[in-house]
Design a protein around this ligand. Structure first.
Ligand SMILES: Nc1nc2c(c(=O)[nH]1)N[C@H]1C(S)=C(S)[C@@H](COP(=O)(O)O)O[C@H]1N2
Ligand SMILES: [Mo]
Length: 555
């Protein structure tokens, strides 16, 4: 009868109680994370841990599927996992106590482990998840106890037997409380005369606590996350930061930027600049307390402050950055003006010992990159520590306050953001973040060319239209770009005036487009006279190759 179906309903309410317990756990941890350690957010720490351990093919799948929203997708997945696990914990706590609390404690222990093993974490970072576990478990126990009381008052015959068997098995609720007393009375009252009134009271007690705990968790959790994200004090420190004028600036020659709709800007605005990193939340580092340590195979360990870097005197450099994950024709490449100091001068301060062949750069978040020492000491290569990007201090997500930029090497082996240490070492002795994850220890950029307009898959009107794009061969320079239409001859495109060999150039060609579907292919030749590699290669282990060929529909 009705009582049987309402028995099932208690399972659903137990799942809700579990959700509330989980939400209270997370909200408590978030609010104490504000006080004790910003990095102590359980979800973010577990997310970071997942990023570090998932197998490479899965990571590539995630980037291919979600693009730069890969982190949002990860968080959504984690959120779903939390919802399911909390609901199960609630049900377990009702039917097999104290398994629900045990499940919550295990989740708490795992997230505490994820938090305290994060790089650069504060010593008290274990406090928020531990407090979260305690408060979350307490609320879960309380809610299930009230639910049990309600169930006992409604289902005296079927469930109260289970209830009395369950209750002693639950250490946290072995001590009788007013709630249990009320529950026992309620059960008797209902059995005796079938009056629903006591059940009404027990039910109300359950829902009042559910509502209060749920609402508090949502308000506290959302508010704490908002505070730690938006009222980032480092963001305002950055806004107020005055970077000294550079001693020299980049000369942009006349004709360096072509005026063609749809063509990439010569300098990629910071807000449009691609972002690739393993940081689930952007590290916020106060330049006042920031230090760069240069150690390893050096004559003397050197520590530099942000001011020490500025005091070396800044120069402006134009360098195009490229990600190893950039597919042929892809968007993970951008050009910027950087203010910085040469890495060779920084390394000179410590004095590099002979025998070293690599610099392992480390980020505050534990990320590392292995850069050949020669790329950082070469007098003819502008490998720099950068403090500014396109006329402003580095944006937080691009490495504030100091990052590396090395022309000619993919970002993962050279462009460490939120830099904290340069360890002079050898490839034999040390390994960077991506090396055991399927990427080469050394990775020069494979020079490439890209069509920006007409956009792939976008129909264009017949008539004279420009085909235009960019091409890059950092540290060598682009000599020419050639275009072939419908497998016809390779025709040289017109190049923009190059700024230097470290930046991309723009190219264009006027095309008399006739109605139909056409095939546009592009390839570059570098200043060594090498032709861009035609053979297709995937991004792993050391960058994609191939000529971009696209279909263009003309109406
Ligand atoms: N700390 C840190 N630095 C990092 C990375 C990272 O994951 N963590 N990713 C690297 C990679 S793979 C690239 S391509 C560049 C991208 O720099 P951007 O995000 O400023 O474009 O940063 C590099 N520096
Ligand atoms: Mo990258």
């Amino acid at each position: 009868m009705a009582q049987r179906s309402s028995g099932k309903r208690f399972i659903a309410w137990a799942a809700l109680a579990g959700l509330i317990g989980g939400a209270v756990f997370l909200a408590t941890a978030e609010v104490f994370a504000l006080v004790f350690a910003r990095a102590a957010s359980p979800i973010l720490a577990v997310g970071g841990f997942v990023i570090d351990i998932v197998p490479q093919p899965f990571k590539e799948f995630a980037i291919a599927t979600f693009g730069e929203n890969d982190k949002v997708a990860l968080l959504a997945g984690l959120g779903l996992a939390v919802v399911i696990a909390s609901a199960i914990a609630g049900i377990l706590q009702l039917v097999r106590p104290p398994l629900g609390v045990i499940a919550l404690v295990i989740a708490g222990a795992l997230s505490t482990a994820a938090i305290v093993t994060r790089a650069g974490v504060q010593p008290l970072a274990f406090v928020p998840p531990v407090l979260g576990t305690i408060v979350g478990s307490f609320i879960l126990v309380l809610l299930i106890r009230r639910l049990r009381a309600w169930r006992g008052s409604v289902l005296p015959a079927t469930a109260s037997g289970g209830k009395t068997a369950d209750a002693p098995a639950t250490p946290p609720i072995t001590k009788p409380t007013p709630t249990e007393a009320a529950k026992a009375k309620g059960a008797k009252a209902t059995t005796a005369d079938g009056t629903p009134a006591p059940a009404g009271i027990d039910r109300r007690r359950f829902f009042v606590l559910t509502a209060i705990a749920g609402a508090s968790a949502v308000i506290v959790g959302v508010a704490s996350r908002a505070v730690s994200m938006t009222v980032s004090s480092v963001e305002s420190i950055r806004d107020a930061l005055k970077i000294p004028s550079p001693r020299s600036t980049v000369t942009v020659p006349e004709g360096a930027e072509l005026d063609i709709p749809g063509l990439s800007k010569l300098f990629t605005p910071n807000k449009d600049f691609y972002r690739v990193d393993t940081a689930l939340t952007v590290p916020s580092i106060d330049p006042e307390t920031w230090r760069l340590v240069i150690d390893g195979m050096v004559d003397q360990r050197v520590e530099m402050s942000f001011q020490d870097i500025l005091d070396m005197g800044l120069d402006e450099y134009a360098i195009t950055l490229t990600c190893v994950s950039n597919e042929v024709g892809g968007e993970l490449v951008g050009n910027a003006k950087w203010l910085g100091v040469p890495l060779r001068d920084v390394l000179k301060k410590a004095g590099v010992k002979s025998g070293a062949d690599m610099v392992l750069s480390k980020s505050v978040d534990g990320y590392t990159a292995s850069t050949p020492l020669s790329a950082l000491t070469d007098d003819n290569l502008d490998a720099i520590l950068a403090v500014a990007m396109n006329g402003e201090p580095l944006p937080l997500e691009h490495g504030f306050p100091v990052r590396m930029v090395v022309p000619g090497l993919y970002g993962y082996v050279s462009a460490t953001k939120w830099l904290t240490e340069l360890k002079v070492t050898t490839f034999a002795a040390d390994e960077a973040y991506w090396t055991p994850r399927g990427y080469s220890a050394e990775a020069p950029i494979k020079f490439s060319s890209r069509v920006d307009t007409p956009k792939i898959g976008e129909a264009v009107a017949a008539g004279k239209i420009p085909i235009a794009g960019v091409a890059w061969a950092q540290s060598v320079g682009i000599q020419s770009v050639e275009v072939s239409i419908d497998n016809g001859d390779w025709v040289p495109a017109t190049l923009s005036a190059p700024i230097n060999d470290d930046t991309w150039v723009q190219w264009f060609m006027e095309w008399d487009a006739t109605p139909g579907t056409h095939y546009v292919a592009v390839r570059a030749i570098n200043k060594n006279g090498d032709l861009q590699i035609e053979d297709r290669a995937p991004i792993a282990p050391d960058g994609s190759s191939g000529w971009q060929r696209s279909l263009v529909r003309v109406n």
